[in-house]
Design a protein around this ligand. Sequence first.
Ligand SMILES: [Zn+2]
Ligand SMILES: [Zn+2]
Length: 179
Amino acid sequence: MRLTVTTRIRTQARWIIRRPTGDLALHWALAQLPTLHLRELLHRTLNLRSIADGHEVDQQLRTLWLGELAAPQSNPDPAVCPVCHAQPGTLHSNLCDIARCALTGFQRGYCHPGTTCLTIWTGRWPGSDECEEYGFFYRAVAGRAEPCNATDDGAEHDYNRLYAECVWHVGQQRMILLG
Ligand SMILES: [Zn+2]
Ligand SMILES: [Zn+2]
C-alpha cells in the first residue's frame, strides 16, 4: 500500500507540477497521451474523481518518458516513416504520431490548424541527430537512467535531456542548445 502511494506521488510529481500560483506545468511528453488519460492525470493532480482506468494510465506513463511511445512496427522499408510511411525528405501525413510540430518542436497533434505545422520525415527519429551532435545519451543502470557515452553498451538517445537543455529553432527546424 505504501509503495503504491509513493509510486503515485512520484508519478504525479514528475509529469505535472503544481506551482504555488495554482498553475500546472505539464511535461512535454504528455502530449503523447490520449486526451482521456491526460484528463485522468489532471484529475489526479487536482484530487478530482477518477475518470479512466488508472492502471492503463500508469502503464502508458511508463512508456512515455523516452519519447518513443509510437514504437516502430515491423517495417518492410526501413527508410520510410514507421507510422505514416512517408519517404525521407517528404512531409509526414497529417496524423502521424512521430511527426514533430514545425512551430514548437513538440509532438504534433491538434496543435495548429490544418496542416500548417507539418514537418518532414528525414529518415531518422526526430531529435536523434541533435542527441548525437550534443552527446545526449543515457543507459539503464540498476533500473535508473544514467548519462553515458554514445559508444557505451545499451546507450540510447536521451530525448528528455534534449528537450530539457535545448529549444526548438523554427528557422533551422531542429533543437539547438540554450545559451
Ligand atoms: Zn510519419
Ligand atoms: Zn503544431
